[in-house]
Every structure is written in C-alpha cells, then in structure tokens.
Design a protein around this ligand. Sequence first.
Ligand code: DMJ
Length: 455
Amino acid sequence: MKHRNLSALLATLFLFISIHGTSQNSFTPRQRSIQRKMIKAACRHAWSGYIKHAKGYDALKPISQKGHNWYGVSFVMTPVDAFDTFHLLGMKKEANEAKDLIFSHLNFDVNQEVQLFEVNIRLLGGLLSAFEISKDQRFLALARDLGARLLPAFNSPTGMPYRYVNLKSGKTRDPISNPAETGTYLLEFGKLTQHTGDSVYYRVAKKAAMGIYSRRSDIDLVGTTIDVNTGEWRNTESQIGARIDSYYEYLYKAWLLFGDKDCRQAWEIHNKAILKHLLAEVPSGWYFTRVDMKSGKETHSLYGALDAFYAGILALSGDIKTAGNIQKGNYYMWTNFNIEPEEFNFRTDSVMYPNYPLRPENIESCFYLYRKTRDQVYLRMGERMINDILEKCRTEAGYAEVKNVKTLELTYSMESFFLAETLKYAYLLFAPDRELDLGKVVFNTEAHFFRTFAQ
Ligand code: DMJ
C-alpha cells in the first residue's frame, strides 16, 4: 500500500514538473496557429472518412470503413453534430456538405422509436444551433417538427420523461431513467420556446428537471436511477458521471442562458453537497467519488472520462480553485494511462473500464479553465491531450475509439461527438477570444452553442 502511494506521489511530481516546467515558455501566436491548423486538418480527415465511407449514415465505422445507423433509418447524426463546428472553424465547403446532407436526408415523420436524451442533445441541439448561426428557417422547421414529436415522452405521472418515444405514434417505453436522461432538456427546449413562442417546451423540461431536484435526499444528493412512473429511486448511488452529469450542467446553464433563478438555486444546493460529500483528495489529485445519496458513505472510488466535465462547469461558475485542483486529477488520469480510460479506481490507481471513445470532457475543462485564468498550464495540457488523440486514434478513414488504453488497440466507432465536441473544444482552446465570445453563448452538453438572451 505504501509502495503504491509512493509511486502515485512520484507520478504526481513528474506530472507537476512536466506541465509547470515548461509553462514559462508561453505559447506564441504562431504556436497557437499551428495547433489550430492541425485540428482543422483532423476535422477534414474525420469528415472525409465519413463522406467517403458513410455518407448519409449516422456515423462512420473507421476500422471497417463502413457506415452505421443507430436505428432502422438514418438521422444523419454526424452532419447535424458537425455543422456548427465547421462553421466555427471557417470550413465552408464541409459546412455546405453537411447542410446538404441534412436537408436531403433528415425526416422525422417515421415509425421509429428513439432515445429521447441522445436525440435531444445531438439532433435538436444541433439543429437549433445551426438555425441561430445560419438563420436558415429550414433548420428551425426541422427542430420544431422534432420537438413536437418528442413531447409525448413527458406524459408520465411525475412529468419526468420516459427514455424512448416513437416519433410517429408517440408511444413511450422504459420508465427506469436517470437524472441525465430526465433533466437534460432545459437548454434545447428553452430555445424551442424562445424561437416558436410556444411555452410548452420549457415548461415540460423544467418540470422534469425539478422532478429530480424535488426528490433529492436530506443531504441534497440525487441517485443514479429513478422510476419516472412512481418517482422512486432505484439506485441510490450518487456521483457526477454517467447517467447524472448533464443534469447538474443544465441547472447551471439554464441560469446562464435564461436567467432561471430556480435552476441556479438547485445548482448551488447540489454543488455544495457534491463538494462536501463527494470530493476526495488523494496523492495523485482531487477526484469526485461515489457515495450513497442518503448516508453520504462511499460506495466506489471510481472516476472517469465523463466525470472530467465538472472542472469546466466549476470554472464557468467561478470556483477556479476547486476546478484547478480537479483538472490536475483529470490530467493525471490522462497521462498515467497513455490516454484517459473510461473509468479508474483513484484509490488503487487501477483501470476499471479501459476504453477511450474519443470523449471531449477533459479538453472541455481545459478550455473553460484557460478562458477563466489565462494560465498557460491549460494550453500545455490541451496540447498533450489533442496530440495524443490525433496520433494514437488516427486511422486511414477518420479517428477511432481506443478499445484499451494500455495496448492502444483501436475499435469500430467514431462517435459524432468527436466532431461536435472534442475537436471543437480543442480548436477553441487555441483560438483568439474574438472567434467565440464566452459571454455571448452557452454550450449544450454536445457543445452546440446557443446565443444568450441579451443579444
Ligand atoms: C456526449 O454525447 C455528451 O457530452 C454527453 O453529455 C455525454 N457523453 C458524450 C461525450 O462524452
């Protein structure tokens, strides 16, 4: 045990020297421009793989060089997710190609059951952001049509949505949901209300999020799964990662985007409880652990790629000190295992789930921390992470998920969030502020950006 602590301590020391040792040499405008060019080239490579092998499908399978659909029909997930990234990066040709695919392929009048959460953050979010950027009414028409078809999902006894809904019949399925799939609609549905004038959207989204909040425990934590028919918790483990993450994110961002004070209060109460009961300090860094929502007792000391987002939201909300310490842990998680694993046990330093599906959260947190502090450390961290991805996940056709971060064996998928989020945040980290004013937009959880009310 002592030996393990000593190696973790040495690793942390090495990490500290490797990121701070070079921080006197600040990034020159030329170095930043080189990083941006590299990221743009990666976007082109990912997109050309999609166009060549998967055009019209939801996503690219880069190893087998084939297209893949989530369901029986394609909803062109990759073009919808990628459009605003192309726009932001000034990639006009690619933006036009994505737009053409969207308008020629996207049709929601189909007898198809979809997962509400994923379709909301990727498709509805992507379409609404595309509309705000381009002012092309066809994007709004698609968003409005999709939004109306998602509404029946909220017809549950508690107002918290079912996980699946049929786009044609409105038939719903699966009441065993979780905070993320219940509380991650405020931004997209709020924007629909704003652009259509129909208040129903924000109303149902807020009722759903408040459904989770009102069922918090006496120590202000929420669990991992909940029955939306009865409102009873099915799994009372509290954590900040998979199945909960974006519920917290949207409470804070609904305050930023719409000035919703109830949401701000809910965020503040939850965040205080998270910092009190979940924050764990070990020699390699600060992490968030998992506890029982009622007793606050630790259940599993697991932390992973998804959890890494919390440093970003803390930075955005102004808690730079905690965010910085968490980001040190995030960076340790990345550098200690080649690339970050999906989950590791931060007390024993061992990997639990060894895959890396091209996730953005660690780089996203670097972006927010850099914008808030201007500390070069975050540019160094981001540089290391993006260079690792571009080098280790590159295939002949696009970029692939790492099956095992220890062996760096690659596997079949290039998730659409790679173009929507990972490359977008990586680019923005090295971009001048004028390319995106953080005071004027709020990102949804898939990195689609919405304009604040003030404009
Ligand atoms: C994305 O679809 C979203 O960021 C979501 O909130 C979490 N999972 C992926 C990226 O890791």
